[in-house]
Design a protein around this ligand. Structure first.
Ligand SMILES: [Fe+2]
Length: 194
């Protein structure tokens, strides 16, 4: 897979922190740690790859405070480094529900970028890394992992609710079930939050 090493991923995140410091950096570290811990319990996932993908899923925020644009900025940045699988995660992590209108926040992308993201989502078949980082994004506060419901409500309180919020929440809850089944435990147990 075209994914940076752990050392390289940590370096990229540290560089990004200097460019645009914020809570997103610690959120990314939490997501990486969660992804690693869950991947360790899944036969078909590599824990180091999962960690790197989690660390870098929001790397598009290196370019400044943006909303949906961080997705496309991250995608382009990781592609420019030759890390295509990491680039893909930058795009897929916000869309367990494959509809661009389900994004919680402002669409600050150009028309072309918006069309590109929607077409990408329509064509991509999610793999377990896509699913894992979607889940870990949804359970990661900057300090610690939390219950998925808590984080979903937190996002809605900060960013608002739209017609797609309920179907999107259902997809997130499905992801939790998916990884509970895969790991044959409750992922909250793995993450020590029960
Ligand atoms: Fe995130």
């Amino acid at each position: 897979m075209k994914v940076p090493s752990i050392v390289q991923a940590e370096k990229l995140l540290n560089e990004a922190k200097k460019l645009n410091p914020g809570l997103w950096v610690d959120h990314s570290k939490t997501a990486g740690a969660c992804a690693r811990a869950i991947a360790q319990r899944c036969d078909n996932l590599n824990a180091d790859i999962a960690y790197a993908l989690g660390l870098l899923h929001d790397i598009g925020r290196r370019d400044g405070v943006t909303d949906m644009k961080h997705i496309i900025n991250g995608y382009k940045f990781m592609l420019s480094k030759g890390y295509d699988d990491s680039a893909r995660i930058c795009l897929t992590h916000s869309f367990p529900y494959k509809n661009i209108n389900a994004y919680n926040g402002q669409n600050d992308c150009s028309v072309e970028e918006t069309e590109f993201i929607q077409a990408f989502l329509e064509n991509v078949v999610y793999n377990d890394y896509d699913r894992l980082i979607q889940l870990c994004d949804a359970i990661s506060f900057p300090d610690d992992p939390t219950y998925i419901e808590k984080r979903l409500v937190d996002v809605v309180l900060r960013r608002g609710f739209n017609d797609y919020t309920v179907p999107k929440w259902k997809e997130f809850l499905n992801l939790k079930d998916y990884f509970d089944n895969k790991t044959q435990t409750d992922i909250y147990q793995i993450l020590n939050i029960l």
